[in-house]
Design a protein around this ligand. Structure first.
Ligand SMILES: Nc1ncnc2c1ncn2[C@@H]1O[C@H](COP(=O)(O)OP(=O)(O)OP(=O)(O)O)[C@@H](O)[C@H]1O
Length: 243
């Protein structure tokens, strides 16, 4: 008999009320599985890789501690912890996707300016909520943002920490957000010249948008808080329309 590939060996297994159905994705730290409850609802089980568990005990629980403090419709709720001899992990609320990464690189989706504004506004509102709770996400990247029907969810709090204005400075989230939004702008970019130019020359951006992104990316005077950033974001997108 053929052995099941390692990751699939978990399929069909039950842990308390949850049955593992299939793998959703694998990262540096763990593997996420789609699971069902006894009532047939979907949840996510995030299982830590054993070598990560041994190394980072303190840091692993960090994600659960952070999530347990949060209650926001765009952030998965922590539903429980599984502490079985063969599986240690978290049970998380299932959020609908796909990820922005899948939309950009697999579906080749092109985001128009209205969509970029709507997604940016939602992310700013999530960051405002997190920073208000003293938390820096530190990993706001395209694989960690789910988008369904224009509604955004932010996942993966594995690197999130209590902000301290030093090592875990809140402005780390601003540069990630800047990068993220530039990815969305590039989704409709058609290269016309052979030579590559910097983003602020080749993308179709207004002066206000360039100023906004340069400050987010710390190429100009960095933002000191999310409220300051939000103000410039609204100015930069105020004449927001698809010309
Ligand atoms: N709450 C959720 N709802 C829906 N899908 C999810 C959820 N959490 C994770 N996923 C899926 O599982 C994948 C991996 O999740 P996540 O990034 O949290 O794992 P990770 O192992 O910590 O990754 P990394 O090591 O890159 O930080 C995601 O890209 C997403 O497709």
């Amino acid at each position: 008999m053929l052995l099941k590939p390692f990751k699939k060996k978990w399929y069909g297994r039950r842990y308390g009320d949850y049955k593992i159905e299939k793998m959703l994705g694998e990262g540096r730290f763990g593997i996420c599985y789609l699971a069902t409850t006894n009532q047939g609802a979907f949840v996510v089980i995030k299982r830590f890789k054993p070598h990560i568990l041994k190394k980072n005990e303190q840091k692993n629980v960090c994600e659960a501690v952070m999530l347990s403090k949060l209650n926001h419709h765009a952030i998965p709720k922590l539903l429980g912890v599984i502490n079985d001899k063969e599986l240690y992990g978290f049970v998380l609320e299932y959020k609908l996707g796909p990820t922005a990464e899948t939309m950009l690189f697999k579906q080749k989706y092109g985001f128009n300016k209205t969509e970029i504004f709507n997604i940016g506004s939602q992310l700013i509102s999530i960051i405002k909520y997190l920073h208000g709770k003293g938390i820096v996400h530190r990993d706001l990247r395209i694989p960690n943002v789910l988008i369904h029907d224009g509604k955004v969810s932010l996942i993966d709090f594995g690197l999130a920490r209590w902000g301290d204005h030093e090592r875990y400075n809140f402005d780390q989230d601003f540069s990630y957000l800047g990068d993220f939004l530039l990815y969305l702008h590039y989704s409709t970019f058609k290269k016309q010249q052979r030579v590559s130019k910097p983003w602020y020359e080749e993308l179709d951006l207004t002066n206000e948008q360039i100023h906004l992104y340069k400050r987010m990316l710390r190429l100009e005077d960095p933002y000191s808080n999310i409220h300051e950033l939000e103000r410039d974001f609204l100015i930069a997108f105020r004449a927001n329309s698809d010309k």
